[in-house]
Every structure is written in structure tokens, then in C-alpha cells.
Design a protein around this ligand. Structure first.
Ligand SMILES: *[C@@H]1O[C@H](CO)[C@@H](O)[C@H](O)[C@H]1NC(C)=O
Ligand SMILES: *[C@@H]1O[C@H](CO)[C@@H](O)[C@H](O)[C@H]1NC(C)=O
Ligand SMILES: *[C@@H]1O[C@H](CO)[C@@H](O)[C@H](O)[C@H]1NC(C)=O
Ligand SMILES: *[C@@H]1O[C@H](CO)[C@@H](O)[C@H](O)[C@H]1NC(C)=O
Ligand SMILES: *[C@@H]1O[C@H](CO)[C@@H](O)[C@H](O)[C@H]1NC(C)=O
Ligand SMILES: [Fe+2]
Length: 464
């Protein structure tokens, strides 16, 4: 029986590979062609009150979801260095966590006072209220901790990339916010696009954080860094890459034995999430390479069935913008992704939406000429979701014909949701900004590569 089904799968694979037809769907949807311009700086205002805390955002603060890092900025003086928090309905037991406070300069800009407080040992699956500020201006928010890590724990992630701070960015954010399902955000890099301005005007890092606060203060955003986080400006003395990003966005990298906030992992509900840096060294013997090699040995699919990777520059994508920029990292890491049966890789960078088939391209050796991606049931699905809506506009020039590795592609702004149901099934959907939230532009029932490695078929593929 097993042999027969194996033969069938093999036959299917051979047929699929041999098929001369091109790939999946190129959506014919044409979005409105309005230009993406940044929201006026003065429209992204600070909250009222003397030295009021602003730019409040949270992320996971430990390896398993019982910690939260709360970050905020006070513009005029350091102010209170504590975050006060308590369980909903239990305000007789308020606790405090101490914040580290720093400032930084960038060219002719000086930041406000940036605070990061790590709250630890929270109860799982519990709603907490937290407060920052002092008597003159106190601001109150809340978050819900995830359930305890486990194989069948349902959990829903939003997925957003390349957001920026245009009218389109705002629409993406509001669209995601209006969906009650999302519990945490996987952010695949390129945050503020402050580097679009002369001297990378870092006030645009402040305004971006004010824009996203309405979601990021309530849900943890799991951060990956993109090229717009590099902020390298040697002619103005800024020779240390990632300076504004690293000061403003702290992540729990030490909890996964990483030596850099640019690559790390977290476990959340039924997912093991690995964050990589496309713009840090990843060649053999480098810190990122060594860390990832060890990290894969720590993944336990009995505990976290879903293995998800975030990295900014896509390995598979068929847009003419940024084509093959992710290639050198693919060459280094793709064999590990296939061996370890990564379920999904989320990337950004290309300002369009695209989903791949499960494909790999690991047979190639310099001398053997085998350099064509092939269907591979052990390989991840690659999703490019750099369509948050930033100032650079859409990447709407796809290669033609659509390559066989591409299952669905569309140049529209939007976001996605990944609903982990149990150890075998996850429902994934992509939502373009022009539709109401309930409209699904692309979707797939994901089957877990470890527990249920069957072939998936998307709505789009069924329609074809
Ligand atoms: C920094 O330099 C820019 C460009 O020369 C200028 O527009 C801006 O006002 C300066 N900012 C400060 C704080 O001096
Ligand atoms: C409250 O605001 C006033 C200025 O309006 C300031 O002098 C005072 O130091 C502030 N108090 C605190 C506790 O920050
Ligand atoms: C993997 O996780 C399961 C479930 O939590 C646990 O029983 C098992 O000991 C873990 N295996 C390793 C090697 O840690
Ligand atoms: C699309 O990309 C191709 C390949 O880079 C280029 O030759 C072509 O001019 C581009 N088309 C447009 C409309 O930009
Ligand atoms: C896992 O979730 C899928 C989708 O909701 C469902 O069809 C399936 O029965 C679930 N599996 C188990 C073992 O509950
Ligand atoms: Fe990018």
C-alpha cells in the first residue's frame, strides 16, 4: 500500500516536472493607480500631555511567550522608567518592570528617551493591562499572552511587510486592525522608510512608530530587519549599520542563544519562528550561519509542529524588481530548509504579493548543470508579502511567462493571516486593501510538513 502511494506520488512529481506548461495564476486585478505618498508629518502627532509616552509597541520578551518587551519614547525628559501591569480584574496586584533608557544621535537628529522594559513570568493565555508615563500623562494599553507552547494550540498571526507610512500603509494597517482574528504580527522588514528623506530624517522613525502604535501597542510584532533598517550614511558619520532600528526595536535574541538582534527565534503557541537577516553575513563560519545550524537542531516538531522562517529578501519570486537579490542566501541555507522541512518562508522586499509552489533547487553543483527548481514535498512554500504600501509604490512588472515555481502573484497592497488550527492544518489567506477584509485574494490550506506532508491545493490552483 505504502509502496503504491509512493509510486503515485513519484509519478505525479515526474509528470509535474516534465510538464512544459508555465506556472500558476497571475491575477488580472488592477488596483487604483494613485501614487503612494507619505502621510504629512504633522498628521502623525504625539499624544496630549506633558512628556507623554508615545510610540508604544510590544514584542515577545522571552523564548516561549511568557515575556513581553514594552517599548516607548518620552520626548522631553526621561520620565518614569517603569511599566506598571496587572491582570484584568486584579488591579489590587499591580506589578512593575524596570526599563532601560537610552537616546541616540543620527546625523543632525537626536532621539527622545527610548525605554524598553521586559516583563517576565506572565501567565499564559491571560489578558493584562499595562501603563506607562507618570502623573502628568499616563497611557494605558493591554495585551493577551499566548497559550502555552504545544502541538495543537490554535493561534493566528498577521503577516505584514514593507509597510512605510503612506496613505496606503495606513490602509493596510487599518485593514489588518479591523480583523478580529490576528493575535500577533510577523513583520518581514522595512519599517519606516525614513531613509527616503535627506539625512534619513529620523523624525520619520518617530512618526512611523506613532502610526503603528494603534496595533503594535496591543499585539506583539515579531520583527525582522530589511534593507531600509540599515541606515548606513558614512558621508555624514553614520558608519554603524542598523543604528536607529537597534535602538528602537528590541527583541529577545539572547533567549535563543543568538549574539545579534538581527537573527533569533521564538516559540509561540504551536509555532517555532526563526528570524534571519538578509543584510548580515551568512557565509560559512559567520555568526549567523553557525547560529542557524545549531538552531535547526533545537526545533522539536512534537512541541512546535509549525516551522516558520522570516527573512527580508525573497529566494523565490518572479518580479523584475529585486530579482535574485536573495540568491546568495538561498545557496547557503536552502539545503537546511529542505532537510528540516520548513513549512513556510515569509519574505518582503518586493512590493507585490506572490506565493510559490513547494519547490527546491538544491541539486546544483558547479559542474552538473542541474539548476532548475523542482517540486519538492519537503520544501517550504515561499510567500513574498512586501506589499504593505510604502512610498516606493508597487512592483508591477512580473516576468512573462509566469515561471512554474510561482503559484499565484498579484501587484496589490495587502496583508495576510496565518491561522494555525492544530498540528496538521493551517489556513492561510491574503487580503488586498481594495476589498473588504472578508474577501480572500489568495488562500491555501497548509498541511504540516512533519505531521501531514500531503500535497496542498489552493483555491487558485483549483480554479486554474
Ligand atoms: C538637519 O538637516 C536638514 C537638512 O539640512 C534640515 O532640514 C533640518 O532642519 C536639520 N535638523 C536639525 C534638527 O538641525
Ligand atoms: C509635570 O509637568 C510639569 C510641567 O507642566 C513639570 O514641571 C513636572 O516636572 C512634571 N511632573 C512630572 C512628575 O514629570
Ligand atoms: C520534544 O517535545 C516533546 C513534547 O513537549 C517532549 O516530550 C520531548 O521530550 C521533546 N524532545 C526533546 C528531544 O526535547
Ligand atoms: C519590466 O522589466 C523588464 C526586465 O527587467 C524590462 O526590460 C522592462 O522594460 C520592464 N517594463 C517596464 C514597463 O518597466
Ligand atoms: C485539524 O484541523 C483541521 C481543520 O480545522 C480539521 O479538519 C482536522 O480534523 C483537525 N485535526 C484534528 C486531529 O482535530
Ligand atoms: Fe526591502
Amino acid at each position: 500500500m505504502a509502496v503504491v502511494s509512493f509510486m503515485l506520488v513519484l509519478a505525479f512529481l515526474i509528470l509535474s516536472i516534465a510538464s512544459p506548461s508555465n506556472g500558476g495564476i497571475t491575477s488580472s486585478y488592477v488596483r487604483k493607480t494613485a501614487a503612494s505618498v507619505d502621510l504629512p508629518f504633522d498628521s502623525l502627532t504625539s499624544p496630549p500631555g506633558y512628556n507623554a509616552p508615545e510610540q508604544v509597541h510590544i514584542t515577545q520578551g522571552d523564548h516561549v511567550g511568557r515575556g513581553v518587551i514594552v517599548s516607548w519614547v518620552t520626548p522631553l525628559e526621561p520620565g518614569s522608567k517603569f511599566v506598571t501591569y496587572w491582570k484584568v480584574g486584579d488591579d489590587e496586584h499591580k506589578k512593575q518592570a524596570h526599563a532601560s533608557t537610552n537616546t541616540y544621535k543620527f546625523a543632525n537628529y537626536t532621539s527622545g528617551f527610548i525605554h524598553h522594559a521586559t516583563i517576565k513570568n506572565l501567565e499564559y493565555n491571560t489578558k493584562y493591562i499595562y501603563e506607562v508615563g507618570n502623573n502628568n500623562a499616563t497611557r494605558r494599553f493591554f495585551f493577551t499572552t499566548p497559550p502555552e507552547v504545544g502541538p495543537d494550540v490554535p493561534y493566528t498571526f498577521g503577516v505584514i511587510g514593507d509597510l512605510g507610512q503612506t496613505y496606503d500603509s495606513k490602509q493596510t494597517l487599518e485593514h489588518y486592525n479591523s480583523n478580529p482574528k490576528g493575535q500577533a504580527v510577523l513583520f518581514v522588514g522595512d519599517l519606516s522608510y525614513a531613509d527616503h528623506y535627506p539625512l534619513h530624517d529620523n523624525r520619520r522613525w518617530d512618526s512611523w512608530a506613532r502610526l503603528v502604535e494603534k496595533n503594535a501597542a496591543y499585539q506583539p510584532w515579531i520583527w525582522a530587519a530589511g534593507n531600509h533598517e540599515i541606515d548606513f550614511l558614512p558621508e555624514n558619520g553614520e558608519t554603524v549599520p542598523f543604528k536607529p532600528f537597534k535602538h528602537r526595536y528590541h527583541v529577545p535574541y539572547k533567549a535563543s542563544q543568538s549574539t545579534s538582534p538581527l537573527w533569533y527565534s521564538v516559540k509561540r503557541a504551536s509555532a517555532h519562528i526563526i528570524v534571519l537577516s538578509s543584510y548580515s553575513a551568512y557565509g560559512k563560519y559567520t555568526p549567523q550561519y553557525n547560529w542557524l545550524e545549531t538552531e535547526f537542531t533545537k526545533v522539536n516538531r512534537s512541541e512546535t509542529p509549525w516551522l516558520i522562517v522570516l527573512l527580508h529578501s525573497p529566494w523565490y519570486n518572479s518580479d523584475n524588481y529585486h530579482f535574485m537579490e536573495g540568491e546568495s542566501m538561498r545557496v547557503m541555507f536552502e539545503p537546511w530548509f529542505v532537510q528540516n522541512k520548513v513549512d513556510i518562508v515569509f519574505s518582503g522586499h518586493v512590493h507585490a504579493y506572490e506565493r510559490s509552489e513547494r519547490i527546491s533547487n538544491i541539486a546544483y553543483k558547479v559542474s552538473n548543470g542541474q539548476c532548475t527548481p523542482v517540486l519538492d514535498p519537503s520544501a517550504p512554500v515561499y510567500i513574498t508579502i512586501g506589499d504593505g504600501g510604502n512610498i516606493e509604490g508597487l512592483a508591477n512588472n512580473f516576468t512573462d511567462p509566469q515561471p512554474s515555481y510561482s503559484a499565484f502573484r498579484e501587484a496589490s497592497f495587502g496583508h495576510a493571516l496565518l491561522e494555525l488550527k492544530n498540528r496538521t492544518h493551517a489556513y492561510y489567506s491574503w487580503h488586498r486593501n481594495q476589498d473588504s477584509e472578508r474577501v480572500v485574494g489568495d488562500s491555501l490550506w497548509f498541511y504540516n510538513r512533519h505531521w501531514y506532508p500531503q500535497k496542498e491545493s489552493s483555491d487558485a490552483a483549483t480554479m486554474a
